[in-house]
Design a binder for this molecule. Structure first.
Ligand SMILES: Cc1ncc(COP(=O)(O)O)c(C=O)c1O
Length: 362
């Protein structure tokens, strides 16, 4: 069974500690959402304020934002996961958000942050959250575009660690993480669920017997979903576990990006002849290859479920990603796994499954 989630922590770690530039501060939280609650609180964002999110976003996170007393408004995202800056500006003027979330979907650099002219036309006090949950952040390549610009990741999605790092300019982070005992039971439950999920995924790699592997990965998925549902529910934010904070600083960022780049190129080569009317590509450029959480394929809504069932029938458990987003009502997206825990033969097997499906649709 191929683990779609990152496992085997030792493969992701290096011996050298990653330094961060002098002008930047970092804080460590239990999750992206815990970091967000703390920033909104410390920056005195009033309840009922508008948080502007992209249409390709996580429904559970949106619900948690509402439950924390804020309003959600959306800006459009095209089928190819891009947003027009003029359209965004019009919506900002209309809904007057206090917080704007710009998401690097699938890890692909969001072009809104390249064309930053629109940023000069918005309220200076607006809090900009750069959502990097699909990326492994290299702190030496961060760029801050305005005051109150916060960059947040979510480690468990891209490496085998639970937690989230916030990066910001020193004068924007004039606060510390919450005390360790704040929301302690919540934090411990999330960490334990993450640990159990990881153990089950690792066991699927040890046992070759198909039925047992499927059973173990279903258990892993169960604990993953319980954990995902719980994350962000706590009214008060929680800081991250100190050991994960320590290990995060030893991630071998260069190696992770290099391997991912090679794996993306492998998929590109093997999936060259997929019928593009059924398996649509998402546009990314050369620099994005090492940043992707996975190799994305967009499926037309009419046949998406059928394709997913067929992939599952071949023993590869893939979910529709961000399936509860507004964007996913019009099409679906699946992620072919990438990462240091995936071997070349597993990549080959995945490509074979997808190619066979492609043949049946061409
Ligand atoms: C796009 C996006 N942003 C933010 C989050 C929140 O991350 P976390 O679960 O670490 O709070 C998620 C969670 O799935 C997400 O999909």
């Amino acid at each position: 069974m191929i683990s779609t989630k990152p496992i085997y922590l030792y493969k992701y770690l290096g011996l050298k500690r990653n330094k961060i530039p002098e002008v930047i501060r970092r804080l460590f939280y239990l999750s992206w959402e815990d970091a967000l609650w703390d920033i909104l609180d410390k920056k005195n964002v009033k309840k009922e304020s508008v948080v502007l999110v992209p249409e390709f976003f996580c429904g559970d996170v949106e619900e948690n934002i509402r439950n924390h007393g804020y309003k959600i408004k959306y800006y459009p995202v095209t089928k190819k996961l891009t947003t027009n800056s003029k359209q965004l500006l019009i919506i900002i003027k209309k809904v007057k958000p206090s917080v704007l979330i710009i998401f690097h979907s699938v890890g692909i650099k969001n072009k809104l942050l390249d064309i930053s002219d629109w940023l000069k036309k918005i309220d200076k006090n607006l809090i900009l959250i750069e959502d990097c949950v699909h990326r492994v952040i290299d702190p030496n390549r961060l760029k801050f575009l305005k005051r109150n610009h916060f960059i947040i990741d979510s480690l468990r999605k891209v490496v085998p660690l639970q937690g989230s790092v916030v990066y910001a300019q020193k004068n924007d982070i004039n606060f510390f993480e919450p005390p360790m005992l704040q929301s302690f039971i919540y934090a411990t439950s999330v960490t334990l669920l993450w640990l159990v999920m990881n153990i089950f995924w690792s066991l699927t790699q040890i046992f070759n017997q198909v039925k047992l592997s499927i059973c173990l990965s279903n258990c892993s998925n169960y604990f993953m979903k319980v954990g995902y549902n719980l994350i962000g529910d706590s009214k008060k934010p929680a800081r991250g576990f100190f050991l994960f904070n320590f290990l995060q600083q030893y991630l071998d960022i260069r190696k992770i990006k290099l391997v991912k780049r090679k794996q993306v190129e492998f998929y590109e080569k093997k999936l060259k002849f997929l019928p593009r009317s059924f398996f649509q590509k998402v546009y990314y450029d050369n620099n994005d290859k090492g940043e992707l959480i996975a190799y994305p394929l967009i499926l037309p809504i009419k046949i998406a479920h059928k394709i997913k069932r067929k992939i599952e029938g071949e023993g590869l458990l893939l979910d529709f990603e961000l399936n509860d987003s507004k964007w996913s009502k019009k099409q679906k997206i699946i992620y072919l796994p990438l990462g240091l825990h995936i071997s070349e033969s597993q990549l080959g097997r995945i490509s074979e499954i997808i190619n066979q499906l492609g043949l049946s649709y061409s």
